[in-house]
Design a protein around this ligand. Structure first.
Ligand SMILES: *Cc1c(COP(=O)(O)O)cnc(C)c1O
Length: 228
């Protein structure tokens, strides 16, 4: 049996190698371990192997696991799933980051619902980078207004962008989607000093994402195994 610690090491080695090949000066890439559908025992195992940043997609499930792991006080929880209005209060109360903010209504609610004794909620705006009908994420032309709202919101901190590109046949197609997101990121970063995070790349496209300037990859399957 291959352990979680070994799988994590493999993922970090893969990231290190991709950074070397990307030739972007000073590039640093964080690894978000995507633990959705996986039990808290496996998250604890990853924590014990020094992993600190975890991503969850389902609010109810995540809140239960966050409670089970409340003794790990330097763990960092990222919400990466679609946000329904009636779940936004739970997201605002229990997470450190939200990567999937894609509309005004949700941004407004998260700002209002963030508990006053908590640090600002770190926000990535999710962009529907390939303009797919079925995908979450704001359209590129909605980005300026949404970014301005988040940047000025009292209880939110605008940290950057996230996207899930469409499934591509070729490496070139993958890179083109990521390059498009990087262009949006560069433009926003020139306007807002708080921006430092470009979340792109999953188990099957880590190299393409890092070659186009990713600063955070989100890996589930390669760390915790396939989801059923
Ligand atoms: C599930 C998920 C991932 C991880 O996907 P893997 O293919 O298992 O690495 C990354 N990002 C988001 C937004 C996800 O929902």
């Amino acid at each position: 049996m291959i352990t979680i610690a070994e799988r994590l090491k493999f993922a970090y080695d893969r990231i290190t190698k991709a950074i070397k090949n990307s030739h972007i000066s000073g590039q640093k890439v964080a690894l978000l371990a995507v633990s959705k559908t996986k039990p808290s025992t496996l998250i604890r195992e990853a924590y014990n192997a020094n992993q600190r940043q975890f991503g969850e997609s389902y609010v109810q499930e995540a809140v239960e696991k966050i409670a089970e792991l409340s003794d790990l006080n330097d763990i960092e929880w990222h919400f990466i799933g679609p946000i329904q209005s009636n779940k936004s209060a739970l997201v605002a109360a229990h997470f450190d980051w939200v990567q999937s903010v894609d509309r005004m209504k949700i941004a407004r609610r998260l700002n209002e619902q963030r508990p006053s004794n908590s640090a600002k909620l770190n926000v990535l705006i999710q962009v529907n980078i390939d303009d797919e009908e079925t995908k979450s994420g704001c359209a590129i032309n909605e980005l300026p207004e949404l970014a301005a709202f988040v940047a000025n919101a009292e209880n939110l901190e605008l940290r950057g962008l996230m996207a899930i590109p469409k499934k591509s046949e070729t490496n070139e197609q993958q890179q083109a989607s990521f390059a498009k997101l990087n262009a949006c990121f560069t433009q926003l970063k020139a306007q807002y000093q708080s921006i430092d995070t470009l979340s792109m790349g999953m188990s099957n496209d880590v190299e393409a994402a890092i070659s186009q300037g990713s600063t955070m990859v989100r890996i589930g399957t390669d760390i915790f195994g396939p989801r059923t």
